[in-house]
Design a protein around this ligand. Structure first.
Ligand code: AMP
Length: 299
């Protein structure tokens, strides 16, 4: 089955202690779509400006990503710039230029409205709601977010939470939303806001799922060198949704393994700038790391 993914489609300029890379292909939806494409057909919904390089459109196409829902409008592509401290854990946003995203309100093509799996990747919650409102009874809806929306669009985000199957956020966002330092207490509070499945991402420490069948502690793949973690969270949730859409039967039966695939694709994402590493791997590379993780976390 296919996955519809809406989110940011961006040009990212990323600085680390070792290098600076301007105008890479980025955005939450780009990372998530490439990650999901290893497992399922993907329909991308987003907007770019006329300055968006053709080679990036070709890259989406090489991954079989359906671009019917990607608008190309007069103006500039959303541009985000960030800088990492030497430890690669602390990131500062240097610049956010909304460009064509400022006025973006997508109308989904008819064929997109019946897509069974929907990923509302990080973008303004009002836009996530706008897309969800156009879907015809999707089978499974997941959303991701960021601290910015907790600060400036909490009312919309709370409206969205009531309509999700799964909500994915990182530990600092979970703390911000619930005021709980204890992540297990935070999980419980987030369930009370609506979602049946809550996943808290903890970067290199893995992620925690809470769902109808209880909890799951998902390991992160141990990396010895991180080049650029931008988009790791988006890759995680993208691969997870791609895997779930490909699996037959109830989500409950597959979500743990889906998260492990998410962890593995996210690990590849961290090994290169932007999407540079993720776009060079194939299913065999992914399966190898999944097998390693299985062995590493066996009791
Ligand atoms: P992550 O590393 O998972 O937090 O995701 C980083 C991605 O989020 C980058 O590719 C950015 O283009 C994108 N991004 C940054 N700020 C925003 C924003 N305000 N809205 C949507 N996407 C954003």
């Amino acid at each position: 089955m296919s996955v519809l993914i809406v989110g940011s489609t961006a040009l990212d300029s990323i600085k680390t202690a070792k290098a600076a890379n301007p105008r890479l292909l980025g955005g939450s939806a780009s990372h998530a779509a490439v990650a999901a494409s290893f497992f399922s057909p993907v329909k991308l919904v987003g907007v770019v400006g006329e300055d968006f390089p053709r080679r990036y459109l070709q890259l989406y196409k090489r991954h079989g990503i359906d671009l019917e829902g990607l608008q190309i409008l007069p103006g500039k592509t959303f541009h985000w710039s960030g800088e990492y401290e030497a430890n690669m854990n602390v990131r500062r946003t240097l610049l956010t230029e909304l460009g064509v995203f400022e006025t973006f309100t997508p109308t989904l093509p008819k064929a997109h409205q019946a897509t069974p799996f929907v990923l509302l990747a990080n973008i303004a919650p009002a836009l996530q709601l706008h897309v969800l409102n156009q879907m015809e009874r999707p089978q499974f809806v997941a959303a991701d977010t960021m601290d910015l929306w907790l600060n400036i669009a909490l009312t919309d985000l709370l409206k969205l939470l009531k309509r999700l199957d799964a909500f994915v956020l990182n530990d600092s966002e979970a703390h911000q939303l619930t005021k709980e330092d204890n992540m297990f207490a935070a999980l419980r509070k987030i369930h009370s806001l609506g979602p049946k499945y809550v996943i808290i991402k903890k970067g290199s420490h893995g992620s925690i799922l809470s769902g109808p069948r209880g909890m799951f502690l998902c390991p992160a793949y141990p990396l010895h060198r991180v080049v650029d973690p931008t988009g790791a969270g988006d890759s995680f949730v993208g691969a997870m949704m791609g895997w779930l859409a490909a699996a037959k039967g109830p989500v409950d039966a597959h979500i743990r393994l889906a998260m492990v695939y998410g962890s593995v694709v996210a690990s590849f994402c961290c090994e290169g700038f932007g999407l540079q590493r993720t776009t060079k791997i194939n299913r065999k590379h992914i399966e190898q790391r999944v097998a390693e993780l299985k062995e590493l976390s066996r009791f």
